[in-house]
Design a binder for this molecule. Structure first.
Ligand code: KIV
Ligand code: ZN
Length: 371
């Protein structure tokens, strides 16, 4: 099995509160995503603003082989804006839950279905590939949702997408839900939000159940708690399920850093796969194990994702790591001196300090009587 990746960092990811990219920044990110190997780049929502259209146009004018997509509501003006930007496809979205239909749109199920069909036909007639997408699909009546997708496919939609807009799925429900929709006559996308921290787990379940494409963002950024994270999903697929994607996994750390820089959204240190602590070791037992055989405490190598292993010195340090660090600094010590340095490092750690190389050098020189 292979899985396709639609990256929506430049659309759903840019909806992260406080994030706004300039057209040039969007272009830089899109070029990196293209190099990374994503199958589709959702470059933005063309109707949003003049600057947004400028950014999407800059991307489409590069002539990339990656499919470039614009988000569009199921209305003609949105499709026209996407056409103006010369995209390959539209991610054409209608809400399908009664909650959204009644309170947000103040319409009926029938009217919303008609809008979905009419706008799909309109986009197809104008040469666009349509991925018909249902917002809040996981809180929708399943028969109504299925009917919308069936009629959408008859109207020319080439892919369908079911959004777990507020992250209410569990892996078990995702398996059943996406399993049902994957029986329809079009490839299915999963689009999962992370409100309960389950976006990646739910996406994996959806893919296992028969969906063929996942919507993701770099670093999992997006509205509220964000979207399924590209790096976590892709590496889990590769390492835990043996499922291939077209992603160059060795570029994941690099693109994560770039996205964080451009969006000004810092990464938590313990972020899986790309966080600064993802391959850092402090405790004596762990560091000792890793020095002897990295697999003892690393499920994948840092090199796989373009990251680096790091040893951190603090109160949990073991004598093995300390000796290795001193040797790397060109300092050979006997057991007695090692023990003295070890005690001083631990004492510093007990004061709540992380011991830097400069601290260690100073301690070692003092113990060894080097002036
Ligand atoms: O999460 C969602 O429902 C979305 C749609 C608006 C496509 O991002
Ligand atoms: Zn979303």
């Amino acid at each position: 099995m292979n899985a396709r990746i639609l990256d929506t960092t430049l659309r759903d990811g840019e909806q992260t509160p406080g994030v706004s990219l300039t057209p040039d920044e969007k272009l830089r990110m899109a070029l990196k995503l293209d190099e990374l190997g994503v199958d589709v780049i959702e470059a933005g929502s063309a109707i949003t603003s003049i600057g947004e259209r400028e950014g999407i146009k800059k991307i489409t004018s590069e002539g990339l082989s990656t499919e470039i997509c614009s988000f569009a509501r199921a209305v003609k003006v949105d499709v026209d804006a996407a056409l103006e930007c010369d995209v390959d496809s539209v991610h054409l979205v209608i809400p399908t839950s009664d909650l959204h239909i009644k309170y947000k749109l103040k319409k009926t199920r029938e009217t919303v279905k008609d809008l979905a069909i009419e706008s799909t036909q309109y986009a197809v007639d104008h040469g666009l590939l349509v991925e018909l997408s249902a917002e809040d699909s996981t809180r929708s009546d399943i028969d109504y949702l299925t009917q919308v997708f069936k009629e959408g496919i008859d109207a020319g939609a080439k892919r369908i997408c079911a959004c777990d807009t507020v992250g209410m799925l569990t892996p078990e429900k995702a398996y059943e839900f996406y399993g049902h929709l994957s029986k329809l006559d079009a490839p299915l996308s999963v689009h999962c939000h992370n409100d309960f921290g389950l976006a990646v787990a739910n996406s994996l379940s959806g893919l296992r159940a028969g969906a063929s494409q996942a919507h993701v963002t770099v670093n999992g950024i997006g509205e509220r708690a964000g979207n399924a994270s590209l790096e976590e999903l892709v590496v889990s697929l590769y390492s835990l399920y043996g499922v291939k994607t077209n992603i160059k996994i060795g570029m994941l750390y690099e693109i994560s850093k770039m996205a964080s820089r451009l969006t000004n959204v810092p990464l938590q240190p313990n972020k899986a796969i790309v966080g600064e602590n993802a391959f850092a070791h402090e405790s004596g037992i762990h560091a000792d194990g890793v020095i002897k055989k990295a697999e003892t405490y690393e499920p994948i190598t840092p090199e796989l994702v373009g990251h680096k292993r790091r040893f951190v010195m603090g109160k949990h340090i073991g004598s093995g790591l300390l000796k290795k660090r001193l040797e790397e600094m060109g300092l050979r010590v006997d057991d007695e001196k090692l023990n003295q340095i070890f005690t001083r490092v631990k004492a510093l750690g007990d004061k709540g300090k992380c011991v830097t190389d400069v601290d260690l050098q100073a301690i070692a020189e003092d113990v060894l009587g080097i002036v």
